[in-house]
Design a protein around this ligand. Structure first.
Ligand code: ADP
Length: 468
């Protein structure tokens, strides 16, 4: 379960959000703390200035301070100057301490009640900069300043209440972030489950298909998410897969069917009881003929199987195509002459890098078909030329032609447009064009047909120019 994509996504998002929350929380907390200290320091600066202002007035002679402070262990509070009420200089939230520098060194002069003591040692006035020196101790914050000429003024405050408030803020922050994290995880879980739902559908469909339901498809929801695109691509692949499996099944059943007929013929011959020696001979000849044609069928099937598994290697060599086509024409000429079919040829001199045996096989097949499907006295025109797109060998006949709807099918295995015309003795199994097309494809070319029923057909083998 924890290896599922949705959990892994959840986990990564959770970790990322946690890190972001911790970072934000730390930033918020530190900002709040520095803001608090800034306010405290501002208050201490004001307090320090207030005390310095009073000291200035004393220093101008309103009170003789030295007698007051000398050798005092717990100095008195700073009396408010004349004209200013006690309340005006009282500040409950801060405390102060004043030291005066005289011949004997730094002596305590004044201090507010409950002064908790100075953090560290009291510095000499000349060591203090004009901005003062801030010290932070155990829950205390103190600001030391130089005042008038010889005074050191300390203004301080107790931070404990503020720190408690800050800690309360931290607890609230952490709790808030935890609540947010939990809400985010719940929402994230819901969203990832929703986004990944198509994956479940895809694997369910794939399982059903592999169980044998070839026509099952992934329901597409529309929209343009990546998973919908993937579903469309997979459905396309399933279509191809189904078509190819159905083709294979048909091929196997067609092949078995084609083989059953000659086997039945041989069996029938074997069971017949001829009376004369001549009849025996004739029967044996028929057996041999049938076995030979079965052998040819099996050879063709094996050839196709090799193309299917891409094991049929095309070994190319420079070939004079005009000579090759010429030889093929010579081979079919006797058959054509029997039907008084004239063969015209327009052959350019073309050399190409092809497998001569395979290309001869294609040309012979086209010529054989042309003779077979052309009536007495017809004509066949054979052309070989180099065009802009490549090398073209075309065989045109004035034969029966092929119906428009049959034209795409004639390259299918075992397809015969007119089954009645095809008989085993003539070895018309409907595999010739299928093999020819495989050969064309293996050469990087194609085999196409243009035909009109009753007028004739043109078969064109096109080979790429690189083959030249
Ligand atoms: P076959 O061995 O039956 O001729 P092919 O694969 O060579 O097998 O041809 C498939 C089918 O295409 C044939 O049965 C025939 O119906 C049709 N065909 C092929 N060539 C021609 C042609 N030149 N004229 C008319 N029909 C043709």
């Amino acid at each position: 379960m924890f290896r599922s994509i949705s959990w892994q996504l959840q986990f990564s998002y959770g970790v990322l959000v946690l890190l972001a929350l911790v970072g934000l929380g730390m930033f918020g907390f530190l900002h709040r703390k520095s803001e608090m200290l800034r306010q405290v320091d501002e208050g201490l600066q004001n307090r320090s200035k207030q005390i310095s202002a009073i000291l200035v007035r004393y220093d101008l002679g309103e009170l003789r301070l030295p007698e007051l402070v000398r050798n005092s262990k717990s100095p008195p509070p700073l009396p408010p100057p004349r004209g200013i009420s006690e309340d005006a200089v009282l500040d409950e939230t801060t405390y102060y301490h004043v030291w005066k520098l005289d011949d004997g060194g730094l002596n305590p002069a004044f201090a507010s009640e409950g002064f908790p003591g100075v953090i560290g040692s009291v510095p000499h006035p000349r060591d203090l900069q004009s901005t003062g020196e801030v010290r932070t101790g155990d829950e205390q914050r103190q600001l030391l300043n130089r005042a008038v000429r010889n005074y050191v003024v300390l203004a301080g405050t107790d931070l404990s209440e503020r720190e408690t408030a800050l800690n309360r803020f931290l607890v609230r922050l952490v709790l808030g972030e935890l609540v947010f994290l939990v809400l985010f995880l719940i929402a994230g879980y819901w969203l990832t489950r929703r986004a990944l739902r198509p994956i479940g559908r895809i694997s369910k469909t794939a399982r059903t298909i592999s169980d044998g339901a070839l026509d099952e498809r992934i329901p597409e929801e529309g929209g343009s998410s990546e998973l919908n695109d993937l579903s469309a691509v997979l459905n396309d692949s399933f279509d191809h897969l189904e078509a190819s499996i159905l083709r294979q099944r048909k091929f196997t059943s067609d092949a078995s069917h084609e083989l059953r007929t000659p086997i039945a013929a041989i069996l029938a011959e074997g069971q017949s009881r001829p009376e004369t020696i001549e009849e025996y001979r004739a029967s044996l000849d028929r057996c041999v003929d049938t076995a030979r044609s079965m052998g040819q069928l099996v050879d063709q099937l094996l050839e196709l199987a090799r193309y299917d598994s891409r094991k049929q290697e095309i070994v190319r060599e420079p070939t004079d195509l005009d000579l090759l086509v010429n030889r093929a024409i010579q081979l079919v000429r006797p058959m054509a002459e029997e039907k008084a079919i004239g063969i015209e040829k327009h052959l350019d001199v073309v050399q190409a890098n092809v497998n001569p045996v395979r290309i001869s096989q294609v040309v012979l097949n086209l010529l054989n078909n042309a003779v077979s499907y052309t009536g007495e006295g017809g004509t066949i025109v054979v052309r070989l030329q180099e065009t802009e797109t490549g090398i073209e060998i075309s065989v045109e006949d004035s034969g029966i032609g092929i119906l428009k709807e049959d034209q795409p099918k004639i390259f299918d295995r075992f397809y015969r447009a007119d089954a009645s015309r095809s008989d085993h003795e003539k070895k018309h199994y409907g595999l010739g064009l299928a093999i020819s097309r495989e050969i064309a494809l293996a050469h990087g070319g194609e085999l196409r047909v243009e035909s009109e029923e009753g007028k004739g057909s043109v078969f064109t083998l096109q080979l790429p120019r690189e083959a030249g």
